[in-house]
Design a protein around this ligand. Sequence first.
Ligand code: ATP
Ligand code: MG
Length: 249
Amino acid sequence: MTTLLDIDKVTKTYRRRGNSDVTALSDVSLAIDDQEIVALIGPSGCGKSTLLRMIAGLDNDYVGALRWSEAPRPGKDIGFVFQEATLLPWRDVSRNVSLGLERQRMDKAAVSARVSELLDMVGLGDFAQSYPSQLSGGMKQRVGILRALAYDPRVLLMDEPFGALDAITRDKLQDDLLAIWERTHKTIVLVTHSVEEAAYLADRVVVMSPRPGRIKSIHTVPFSRERSSETRQLPEFAQFTGMLREELG
Ligand SMILES: Nc1ncnc2c1ncn2[C@@H]1O[C@H](COP(=O)(O)OP(=O)(O)OP(=O)(O)O)[C@@H](O)[C@H]1O
Ligand SMILES: [Mg+2]
């Protein structure tokens, strides 16, 4: 595996006018491989979202370095999936998904073909003309993921993408995400509060400590890349998630 992104001793301090400064990240180093799925877990406020925003290039005010094997092209190489789907209510499903493509001035026929392909991938083909208000939470979240995938980014950053969903929908979307990975082999950095989700999806799980966020430990998931409902039943799965829970304290 080749390193896609080398995060080297990154420290991030938020300066707050009239208030004391907040050190959100302290001396964080992590190498992310090409095509890898990395999960970040850690207590609230330990800097997970801050780190994602830096990787996305949305925050450049930090000490340390982010070194890419190939510099990401702004708006093209990085897809961001937010905790809430943040869809545009006045656009239907297909025009929410096509948002990033329109910015790239792709021609109409190509955009429409790409959008249909994506919608079919997660079983939303029949909802292309529906509006966000007509969708369930899980469907909205799928549209949010497709919107990030539409322009075929190299890296997908996901900030608690399934946090607001019920357990069954969540399991289904985890499997959708793995199916997407099978087809695209995107590098994925996923923030989650669920040790089960981290174990089920990731190749490696990074445990962070409370603010100021540091990397406490990094764990390679001890079972194969192929995951299914049976994975969750494996004794190794229970052992691994138990260990992660202990690490979290
Ligand atoms: N714009 C900001 N200005 C000042 N402080 C901030 C800002 N954004 C985040 N912080 C602080 O930085 C720390 C890390 O925030 P961050 O949102 O990265 O945490 P997190 O790990 O994503 O937490 P959660 O799990 O609750 O989403 C927090 O203490 C927060 O108060
Ligand atoms: Mg966060």
